[in-house]
Design a protein around this ligand. Structure first.
Ligand SMILES: Nc1ncnc2c1ncn2[C@@H]1O[C@H](COP(=O)(O)OP(=O)(O)O)[C@@H](O)[C@H]1O
Ligand SMILES: [Mg+2]
Length: 248
């Protein structure tokens, strides 16, 4: 999930996790790749440890000469990442925390990337709630994805960021994706959704309406996973997941 800050990536991710985790027993991994760990909050999880915490611990050990040998380092990181997984009913969550500093401790960063990739391979569906903007595309946090989901509200700025991410992702081959689509959020009516469809070449996966319930849940800090089943946006997200072929 990519897009401008505040457009609804995290809210929509949480609703997706809710629906996917309640459907036919597949293993779901949610990755919270926003340093502000918003997805964890929206899922009602308080994160014990982020990947960044693990990285910092190891770097400290390296700096004080306490680091184990190469093999043990890999085993340690593997264990630590597994330990940082928050396992819940029907899904697991991994929080990345702050992204790595460019350039330094490449080896640790690459090991962690490999471990996360291996871990992701053990799940049927991996959903990444991305950091705002296009930086992560440039940083190649996620090298291959099936669906690059761009999220935007109805603002020209939001659509502009989505269009730019789409361009960067396609042109520079920054992300290897099979499908790309736009999810519109906080739409007032069908006419508004139609109007926006004329301002982008992106396929529109679906649109969610401006929803007092989401606002209220966030206002109270209540997890979006407890949204009532009859909430209209929940069925919209279900339709989006069907369109993405993630639900039959
Ligand atoms: N469909 C919606 N209706 C009403 N409020 C929404 C909706 N989607 C998101 N919000 C609100 O907008 C704010 C930003 O949403 P969030 O999902 O955190 O965006 P992002 O992850 O893209 O930064 C939150 O306070 C959330 O409650
Ligand atoms: Mg967010």
């Amino acid at each position: 999930m990519c897009g401008k800050g505040g457009v609804g990536k995290t809210s929509i991710s949480a609703l997706m996790v809710k629906i996917l985790s309640e459907s036919n027993g597949r293993r779901i991994l949610a990755i919270d790749a926003d340093p502000a760990v918003g997805l964890a909050t929206s899922l009602g999880i308080s994160v014990r440890k982020t990947v960044d915490d693990i990285r910092k611990d190891l770097i400290k050990k390296i700096q004080t000469g306490d680091a184990p040998g190469n093999r043990q380092t890999l085993e340690l990181l593997d264990y630590e990442v597994f330990n940082a997984l928050e396992e819940r009913d029907g899904y697991a969550l991994l929080a990345i925390g702050r992204p790595e500093d460019e350039g330094c401790f490449c080896k640790v960063n690459n090991l962690l990337k490999d471990i996360i990739r291996d871990l992701a391979g053990k799940f049927d569906i991996v959903l990444i709630d991305g950091e705002a903007g296009i930086e992560q595309i440039n940083r190649r946090v996620m090298k291959t994805v099936d669906h690059l989901v761009l999220v935007s509200d109805t603002s020209a700025k939001g659509i502009g960021v989505a269009n730019t991410i789409a361009l960067v992702a396609s042109d520079k081959k920054a992300v290897d994706f099979k499908h790309m689509g736009l999810v519109l959020n906080r739409v007032r009516n069908e006419a508004e959704a139609h109007d926006i469809s004329t301002r982008t070449n992106l396929e529109i996966y679906g649109w969610l309406c401006d929803d007092e319930a989401i606002r209220d849940f966030d206002f109270r800090g209540a997890p979006l996973t407890s949204m009532p089943e009859n909430s209209p946006n929940l069925s919209t997200v279900l339709d989006i997941l069907k369109k993405m072929d993630l639900i039959a």
